[in-house]
Design a protein around this ligand. Structure first.
Ligand SMILES: [Zn+2]
Length: 253
C-alpha cells in the first residue's frame, strides 16, 4: 500500500468515526457545529522535517515523523468540522528556499518561511505540533504553550485541561507562555498554541506517541479544544456550552 493510499484510508476511517459521533450528537437532539469562524484559517505546523528531525528517541523514533502523523490527523478532523486549514508540510521535508546552501541557512530559511506562511493569512490561528525530550526519562505528559495575548492563553488552558481529562488524568501540567527563543511562536502575530504532545524520552509515553490510535486521539482533543474556544469566543454564534464538549465527553467514556 502506498503512503498516499494509506493516508486516504486513514482520512476515510477518521471521517467515518467522526461522522458516527456527529450522528450520535444529532440523535441526542444536540446541534453540531457545522461552521467554523468565518474567514479564520487554522494553520497547522508539524514541527521540524527533512534534515531537521528534531528530538530523537532511544529507539531511533524521530520527532518530525510523530509531529507529521498527529498534524495530518488534526488537519483531517478540523476539516471535517468545517474549519478552513493550512497544513504547512505534508511530507518529511524542510520548508527552506532552494538557494539556502548550508545547514544553518536552510534552518533559518525554513523557520522564516513558516512565519511568513502564517502571517500572510488574513486571520490565522496557529497550532504547532511538537514532541518533548528531556535527559531524565521519568518526565512525561503533554504540555501546551501559547503566544499572543488574550486568545492564546485561554485556548492553551482549554487544550491542556482537555488533554488531561481525556487522555492522561495524572498530567498536572498547566499551560505556559512560550519561551523567548522559540522563533516561530515569537514572530507570528495571531493567537497561537504549541502542543508538546509528550516526551520521546519516556519509554511508556513513546510507545503511546507511536501508536496511530493515540495520535488520532491527541488530534481529536486538540481539534475539539479549538472548536470549543471558538464557540466560547462567540465567533460562531454558539452559546458557551459548546457542542464539542459533547465530543470530549464521548471520548472519556
Ligand atoms: Zn520540536
Amino acid at each position: 500500500m502506498t503512503a498516499s493510499t494509506r493516508w486516504k484510508l486513514l482520512a476515510l476511517a477518521s471521517l467515518v468515526a467522526l461522522g458516527a459521533l456527529g450522528a450520535w450528537i444529532l440523535w441526542r437532539g444536540e446541534s453540531v457545529p457545522t461552521a467554523a469562524p468565518a474567514g479564520v484559517r487554522v494553520v497547522i505546523d508539524p514541527g521540524h522535517g527533512g534534515e531537521d528531525g528534531g528530538a530523537v528517541a532511544a529507539d531511533g523514533t524521530v520527532e518530525s515523523a510523530i509531529n507529521l502523523a498527529i498534524a495530518r490527523r488534526l488537519d483531517v478532523i478540523l476539516t471535517f468540522w468545517g474549519c478552513d486549514t493550512k497544513l504547512l508540510r505534508t511530507e518529511d521535508i524542510s520548508l527552506h528556499d532552494p538557494e539556502a546552501a548550508t545547514i544553518r541557512q536552510r534552518k533559518v530559511s525554513d523557520i522564516h518561511n513558516r512565519v511568513r506562511l502564517v502571517n500572510e493569512e488574513p486571520e490565522p490561528r496557529l497550532i504547532s505540533i511538537h514532541q518533548n525530550f528531556f535527559p531524565q526519562a521519568q518526565y512525561h505528559g503533554a504540555q501546551v504553550f501559547y503566544a499572543n495575548g488574550p486568545l492564546g492563553q485561554p485556548w492553551a488552558r482549554r487544550t491542556q485541561e482537555n488533554l488531561r481529562a481525556c487522555l492522561d488524568p495524572e498530567n498536572a501540567r498547566a499551560e505556559k507562555p512560550i519561551a523567548h527563543d522559540v522563533y516561530l511562536m515569537n514572530h507570528v502575530t495571531c493567537p497561537a498554541i504549541l502542543v508538546e504532545c509528550g516526551f520521546l524520552s519516556n519509554s511508556g509515553e513513546l510507545e503511546k506517541l507511536k501508536s496511530p490510535g493515540y495520535q488520532t486521539a491527541l488530534a481529536a482533543v486538540v481539534a475539539a479544544s479549538y472548536l470549543q474556544c471558538t464557540q466560547e469566543e462567540g465567533e460562531t454564534g454558539y452559546g458557551s456550552q459548546g457542542e464539542t464538549s459533547v465530543l470530549l465527553h464521548g471520548m472519556r467514556q
